[in-house]
Design a binder for this molecule. Sequence first.
Ligand code: ADP
Length: 164
Amino acid sequence: MPAGEALAVCPGSFDPLTLGHVDVVERAAGLFTRVVLGVAHNADKAGRHLLSLEQRLDTARASLAHLPGVEVDVVPGLLADYCRRRGATAIVRGLRNGTDLDAELPMALLNRDLGGPETVFLAAAPGHAHLSSSLVKDVARHGGDVSALVPAPVLPVLVAALGT
Ligand code: ADP
């Protein structure tokens, strides 16, 4: 990475990407020169995702295309290894509540132990703090309207995957 540039990795499953995720990426893009939305690929967990890796990558790319300096990539194994390979300055995670914090603290410390960069936490925007991928799936599964909760490119893929 060129000197003076700072790259942040926003890792996650993004199954599916929500407007809460997009908000975190937009705000990270204001703090770092470049931002990678890192879509976790865990072969063992593949069957547990609603959307395939390709669907999560394609919809994320379409949803973030308006943001210069932001790219979407696969994180194939350990996040710390990926960050080292990319020369990342920071991992960025969104915090919605105390439950997120409890889950995030050990991961942040472990990533540092494994040679990864510091983790920077961004407080979820008040309008998005109640949003999670699992809630979005629950609402959509029962035929609820999630068009105000996910980016436009995600909606048809989500509806098709659920057959709703
Ligand atoms: P994971 O599968 O690792 O929990 P997710 O795809 O659910 O990943 O979320 C990725 C990151 O986005 C996490 O840091 C999570 O806390 C954060 N996040 C999820 N939803 C929101 C939201 N509505 N606002 C802010 N951050 C969020």
